[in-house]
Every structure is written in structure tokens, then in C-alpha cells.
Design a protein around this ligand. Structure first.
Ligand SMILES: Nc1ncnc2c1ncn2[C@@H]1O[C@H](COP(=O)(O)OP(=O)(O)OP(=O)(O)O)[C@@H](O)[C@H]1O
Length: 255
């Protein structure tokens, strides 16, 4: 059964189309990698899933409902640049990750004690419990990015959105982050959408790899048309396409 449904979504900025006819269904627990040329709208697609933006046309549903507009507890997000707070300790960063998503923004009294306990559980899960009282500047790049993921996980989201989360890391750290993410996913059963520029990373981590591209191209006006999902690969089965786009209708159909 579909958990995230994207139904014929279009997004434009002013008169400029960015995405057109994007439709995809994702089951709960699936890991979706997203690849495509620079500027083709991959981050825009994540912002739509996050409900930071509303599509110009079409509909997105999460568990049958429109995604909540306010910062929700159901979706966590991690960007390439570390989003941790430098003036807070590692533990405080994880507590903040949860509290900032609440309407009133802070925990008090007993709630605070419980939030710190949950933060310590998250830190144990991401292997940062031994540096709970340290400040982010004293951590390596990989540890800081793990902390950013810990922040996003603090509220136990059902969906994790990752926008090139490992792009700024060196190759060795990147590999250990892959292991970390695979373990995390096994433990939590989260649904993950990850934008990456690295195709092999996309196939290694993803159950499916979605390719965003422009099916129509005007050489005199490269911005005339938007991008859509042109391939939907089964990454667990040698990269056989589940679906490919039809030349005439530009609609994804079973391959
Ligand atoms: N708020 C906005 N207003 C106007 N144009 C925007 C806005 N956000 C993004 N764009 C434009 O939309 C296009 C798609 O941007 P987006 O960041 O989604 O692409 P991307 O595929 O994630 O790119 P990259 O791989 O380089 O990160 C870009 O040309 C960008 O300049």
C-alpha cells in the first residue's frame, strides 16, 4: 500500500516550470534515492514533501493525508551543510531537534528531563553518547553530520529527507556513514528520500533510484520545460527499471 503518494505534481517559480507531471507511490519503509542533473528540481521535490512549498498543481499525500504545513513530527530533514547549533552541546542539539518542531519551541520541568533521556537514547543509537557534553566544533565532519541526522531523528519521524547528506564528507567517512544509515534504517523502519549526486551511492543505499530529467527540451529556451521522473529503477534487482517514461505522453508506465 502506498504511504507517500505524489499525484501529477507540477511546481513553477513565477512563470518558470521546475517540475511537471511528477507521480510516484512509495511504500512505508522504502529507501528512495533521487538523482538528476544539477538544478533539475530535486531539492524542490524534497521541499514539496516537507510541505515547505505547495505544488502549483497536483497533490501529495502522506498516509492518505495532505502533509501538515507546520513543522511536523512526521518528517525529519538533513542537508549537506551541517545544521547543528555551535553554541549547544551535542545532547542539547538533539533536544533542540525535537523541541524546535513543537509549537511552543521549548521543554520545561519534567518534560525537559524526559527529552534529555530520549536525546541520550538517540545519541546511543548514532554512536555519539560518549561526546554528549562536547561542543560540535570538537567533532569530526562525519560526527557532526551524524549529529545532524540525530537531530532529525530526535522526534522519531516516519520519513527522513536527506539532501546530499554526505556530499561534504571525505570518501572514508562517507562509507562509514553508509553503514550507519543502513543500520539506522534497519532499526527504525523509516521511509527515506535521499538526493545524491553519486549514482553508485544511490544504488547502494536505495531500494529504488528515481531519475529526474527534462523529457522535453527547447535548445532556444532551456528553462521552457520542467523536469519529471524519467526512470524508476529497482536498485535491489540489478537496476531493472520498474517504470520508464513514455515518449509521447511523458507518463511513467511499468517497463
Ligand atoms: N524559491 C525559489 N524561487 C525561484 N527559483 C528557485 C527557487 N528555488 C529553486 N529555484 C530554482 O529552481 C531550480 C531547481 O532548483 P533545485 O535546488 O530544486 O535543483 P536541484 O536539482 O536540487 O539542484 P542541485 O543538484 O544543484 O542541488 C533551480 O534553477 C533554482 O535556481
Amino acid at each position: 500500500m502506498s504511504f507517500v503518494t505524489v499525484d501529477n505534481v507540477f511546481q513553477s517559480y513565477g512563470t518558470r516550470p521546475i517540475l511537471e507531471r511528477v507521480s510516484v507511490e512509495v511504500k512505508e519503509g522504502e529507501f528512495i534515492s533521487i538523482v538528476g542533473a544539477s538544478g533539475c528540481g530535486k531539492s524542490t521535490f524534497l521541499r514539496l514533501l516537507l510541505a515547505q512549498e505547495t505544488p502549483s498543481r497536483g497533490e501529495i499525500r502522506v498516509a492518505g493525508q495532505p502533509p501538515a504545513r507546520e513543522p511536523g513530527l512526521d518528517r525529519g530533514v538533513v542537508f549537506q551543510k551541517y545544521s547543528v547549533f555551535p553554541h549547544m552541546t551535542v545532547r542539547e542539539n538533539v533536544v533542540a531537534g525535537e523541541s524546535l518542531r513543537r509549537p511552543w519551541g521549548r521543554f520545561f520541568g519534567k518534560e525537559k528531563v524526559e527529552a534529555r533521556k530520549r536525546a541520550d537514547e538517540t545519541l546511543a543509537r548514532i554512536g555519539l553518547d560518549h561526546v554528549a557534553d562536547a561542543y560540535p566544533a570538537t567533532l569530526s565532519g562525519g560526527m557532526q553530520q551524524r549529529l545532524a541526522i540525530g537531530q532529525a531523528l530526535a522526534a522519531r519521524p516516519r520519513i527522513l529527507l536527506l539532501d546530499e547528506p554526505f556530499g561534504a564528507l571525505d570518501p572514508g567517512t562517507r562509507l562509514s556513514m553508509h553503514d550507519f544509515l543502513q543500520d539506522l534504517r534497519r532499526d527504525t523502519g523509516m521511509t527515506v528520500f535521499m538526493v545524491t549526486h553519486d549514482l553508485s551511492e544511490g544504488f547502494k543505499l536505495g531500494d529504488r533510484v528515481l531519475v529526474f530529467d527534462k523529457p522535453r527540451w527547447d535548445p532556444h529556451d532551456p528553462n521552457a520545460y520542467g523536469a519529471t521522473i524519467t526512470y524508476d529503477f529497482d536498485a535491489r534487482n540489478g537496476g531493472i527499471p520498474y517504470q520508464t517514461i513514455e515518449e509521447d505522453t511523458h507518463v511513467l508506465r511499468p517497463a
